[in-house]
Design a protein around this ligand. Sequence first.
Ligand code: GTP
Ligand code: MG
Length: 335
Amino acid sequence: MVSKKTADSKEVDVFDLQAVEGVGKATEEKLNAAGITSVLDLAAATPRELVEIGLSAEKAEELCLKARLLLIESGFLDKEFVPATEVLERRKSMQRVTTGSSALDSMLGGGVETQAITELIGEYGCGKTQICHTLCVTTQLPRQQGGLEGTAIYIDTEATFRPERISQIAEGRGLDPQKVLENVIFASVYNSSHLQLTVKELGRYIEKYKARLVVVDSIISHFRAEYVGRGTLAERQQRLNDLLHRLLRTAQMHNVAVVVTNQVQANPDQFFGDPNKPSGGHVLAHSSTYRIFIRRAANNTRLARIIDSPYHPPTAEAYFKITEKGVEDLQEGKQ
Ligand code: GTP
Ligand code: MG
């Protein structure tokens, strides 16, 4: 959990939905049927979802708000309007996990952050999936070695997750592959609705498995495949928007790092600059906290560049390579 409890915090069982004023047995059953089983789930839900399971719009709004307020009162969630000093304090509970490359970590200000969405963007074979695999291993490391001492949840939409690769990276780093594999929780999702449902239930699994990293590889592929043609774009963007906001709230509420991958889309209209641009349009651009562009460079190396970040310089870049150990610096011990 992100925030700290204070002396005046209210004692709340965050797994008991009936702790929320206005939730009785019947409403609880309806919510459970929709996969909402805790105050945390309810606080992360959107009123629209609750309307879909038969609640009135007013009731839906009210319950989401009350759940959030309850979490704030109990100290589980930070207040919505706070002085910047408190924001700074909140960010102190943020942690970082190493990517495996100190150059890449430095570019990111020390590694991949919890409480944020980091988006890896790049074309086929640039190494997005390899970074995700490496992070599943490094997340398990002790804090002093750049880890988060937790498990990783890997949501795969492209059928490119390879346990053998996790095992190889673990072994290359002197870890017990069997133990490392046990701490990577895998979910395969087969369409965008399934992805939405999985993300909706994520909070519960994060708590259950003590996860500190959630990977979604990739965030966009199902949406791209299912929504073909301009006419359907608005609906696609709205669903993608919902999904990303939920992911961000989950990252913040559970203090986990969320890493999503995104393909680049050829943009033949563009004559100047990079003709490849990230998929997902403005929705992804506004929802991801950090956007990292990756491309292949000379001698089978990779170049990463931050293209959108609240505080990193836009020119920040780093070279790294992919080896049997996963992501590594070009030369060990050097940046
Ligand atoms: P898409 O999902 O197709 O968009 O690509 P991606 O960005 O996810 O690429 P991915 O992470 O799958 O990178 C594939 C590249 O990683 C390969 O072309 C190899 O260069 C490298 N790679 C993958 N596995 C290994 C490995 O075991 N050892 C080494 N040295 N390199 C590997
Ligand atoms: Mg991939």
